[in-house]
Design a protein around this ligand. Structure first.
Ligand SMILES: [Zn+2]
Ligand SMILES: [Zn+2]
Length: 372
C-alpha cells in the first residue's frame, strides 16, 4: 500500500471510525487513537530523512533495468521526505587503478535512469528539499560511500558535484588505491587522515558537499574536524554501550560503534550522528538506542541513518532487516511511521522527533552545501 501522509491519515480515520469506533465513542480520548493521529501529524508535518540508505546497482549492465526499482513507491510507503541515497564501489574488491572510477560513473548513470523511471529528482540544496516536501514529493540527496573514485585526481570531486552528489562518505570497508586515511575496521597505518584525505575535505568544503565520517577511525575523525570549515556527519553508527541482544552481531559491530567520548567531540564541533537500525531487534529498541545517544550529545546532534535499502531489484532476495520498510520483524507500517511511533512511546516530544527525524541533518546539509 502506498502510504503517503494524507492517505495514512484518511486510512487511520476509516479504521478509527469503523473497527474500533464503538470503543472510541465510549472513550473518545483513547491514548491509542491519539498516538496514531500524532504519528500521522508528525510524519506529514515535518521533514524525515534517512541519512544513509543504499541503492547499490550492478557494476555491469547485463542485469540492470531501471524499472525494476520501485524507489518512488517504497519512499512513499516509508513516510520519509528524503533519503541520502548512497552506493559503494569497493566490493567486490578493487583490483586496479581507475576501476573505482569506472564503477562510480556506471553507478551514477544507472541512478539517473532509476530516478527518471520513478519520476524523482535529486535535491541539490535545502531549498530544493523543502520545495519537494511542500509538493508532497519524496526527494533524494545523492550520496556516495567511499572516496575510492577520487584516487589522486581532486578534480573528480567537481565532476561528482556536477553529477548531483552533495554528500560524500570519505571512507568505506576497503582502502582506496590512493589512501585517504585510517578505517575503523583496519589496523591504523596513517595516524589519521592522509594529506590526500585532508585535501578531499577542503575541496568538498569549497564545492559544497557534506562530509560523512562514518568508517573513519577516531584519529581520522579528529583530523577531519581540524581541517573542515563546515559541520560534518557520521551517518550510520550507534553508541558502543548499546549492544542489543545478538552477541555475535554485537561483536562484529563493536569497531563500528562510537564511544561517548568520541560522540561528544563530534557534537561539540557542530556535528550530527546517525543511529542505524543494526543492534535493535524492535522499533522500541531502536528508539532506546536513539535515546542513549541523545542523552550523551543532546537532541540537536542526533539523526537517523539506517544503513538499509529503500529498494532493491524486483525479485531479488534480501536478508532480513536489510530493507527500510521491513527493518524489523512484524513491522506493519512504513519505516518512518514505525520510528515516529516508537520515539513517541519512548517519551520524545514532537519537537525532538522533528530534530532527530530530519531538521538536524537539514541544518548541516544546508551549511555544507552553501560552499565556501
Ligand atoms: Zn557504512
Ligand atoms: Zn553503507
Amino acid at each position: 500500500m502506498k502510504n503517503d501522509p494524507a492517505k495514512f491519515t484518511r486510512r487511520k480515520f476509516i479504521i478509527t471510525s469503523t473497527t474500533v469506533g464503538a470503543s472510541l465513542l465510549l472513550n473518545p480520548f483513547s491514548s491509542w487513537a491519539e498516538s496514531e493521529s500524532e504519528v500521522a501529524k508528525i510524519v506529514s508535518g515535518t521533514i524525515g530523512v534517512d541519512t544513509h540508505n543504499h541503492l547499490d546497482v550492478p557494476f555491469t549492465d547485463e542485469s540492470f533495468l531501471a524499472k525494476q526499482y520501485d524507489l518512488s513507491g517504497e519512499l512513499k510507503k516509508s513516510g520519509l521526505s528524503a533519503i541520502c541515497m548512497t552506493f559503494q564501489m569497493d566490493r567486490p574488491n578493487l583490483t586496479r587503478p581507475e576501476e573505482a572510477y569506472e564503477r562510480f560513473i556506471s553507478s551514477l548513470d544507472k541512478m539517473d535512469e532509476i530516478l527518471k523511471a520513478n519520476n524523482l529528482k535529486r535535491a541539490l540544496n535545502l531549498s530544493e528539499l523543502k520545495a519537494a516536501r511542500k509538493e508532497n514529493k519524496p526527494a533524494v540527496i545523492q550520496s556516495v560511500e567511499g572516496g575510492h573514485f577520487i584516487e589522486d585526481k581532486l578534480e573528480r570531486l567537481e565532476l561528482a558535484y556536477q553529477r548531483g552528489i552533495r554528500h560524500l562518505g570519505l571512507l568505506h570497508d576497503n582502502q582506496s588505491h590512493v589512501p585517504l586515511g585510517d578505517i575503523y575496521t583496519d589496523p591504523p597505518q596513517y595516524g589519521g587522515l592522509t594529506d590526500t584525505g585532508k585535501n578531499v575535505i577542503r575541496e568538498c568544503n569549497r564545492l559544497g558537499i557534506l562530509m560523512d565520517l562514518t568508517h573513519c577511525s577516531n584519529e581520522s575523525i579528529n583530523d577531519a574536524l581540524e581541517v573542515s570549515t563546515k559541520p560534518m556527519l557520521i551517518s550510520h553508527t550507534g553508541l558502543n554501550t548499546q549492544l542489543g541482544t545478538n552477541e555475535k552481531m554485537a561483536k562484529m559491530m563493536m569497531p563500528r560503534l562510537i564511544s561517548k567520548e568520541q560522540a561528544k567531540i563530534v557534537a561539540s564541533a557542530g556535528g550530527v550522528i546517525g543511529v542505524w537500525t543494526h543492534l535493535a531487534e524492535t522499533p522500541l529498541e531502536y528508539a532506546q538506542n536513539v535515546r542513549a545517544l541523545v542523552d550523551c550529545v543532546g537532541t540537536e546532534h542526533v539523526c537517523i541513518g539506517t544503513d538499509t535499502k529503500m529498494t532493491a531489484r524486483a525479485g531479488a532476495t534480501e536478508r532480513p532487516g536489510s530493507m527500510t520498510n521491513a527493518a524489523w520483524k512484524e513491522q506493519k507500517e512504513g519505516f518512518y511511521y514505525t520510528v515516529v511511533d516508537a520515539l513517541l512511546k519512548t517519551g520524545f516530544n514532537k519537537k525532538e522527533i522533528e530534530q532527530i527525524g530530519g531538521s538536524n541533518y537539514c541544518r548541516i546539509f544546508d551549511k555544507a552545501t552553501r560552499g565556501s
